[in-house]
Design a protein. Sequence first.
Length: 89
Amino acid sequence: MSCLLCNGEKIPAEGFLKNSIHTMKQNLDFLFGSNEKEDPSDYIRLVEDKDETYLAFNNSSGEYSDGIVAIQYCPLCGRKLKSLKEETE
C-alpha cells in the first residue's frame, strides 16, 4: 500500500514559518480555527504532466497557482514514481 501522497491526496500544511506574511485566510484560520480536512487550501500533492511527475505545492491559500518541482521518488514514503512514459511502455 502506498502513502496518501502517492494515492493522489492533498497533504495539508502543518504550519507556517513565523517570519513571513500570511494570507488573510491563513490569519483567519489562526484566529478561528480551520475546517479544511477534506480539501486544504495550503498543501503538497503529486501531479503528472507529460512525461514527468511533479511535487506541486501551494502556500497562498489558492491565491496563486501551484508551484511544481520534478521528482522521481515520493518524499514521504520513498517509493520510486513512474512517469507516464514508463507506464505506457
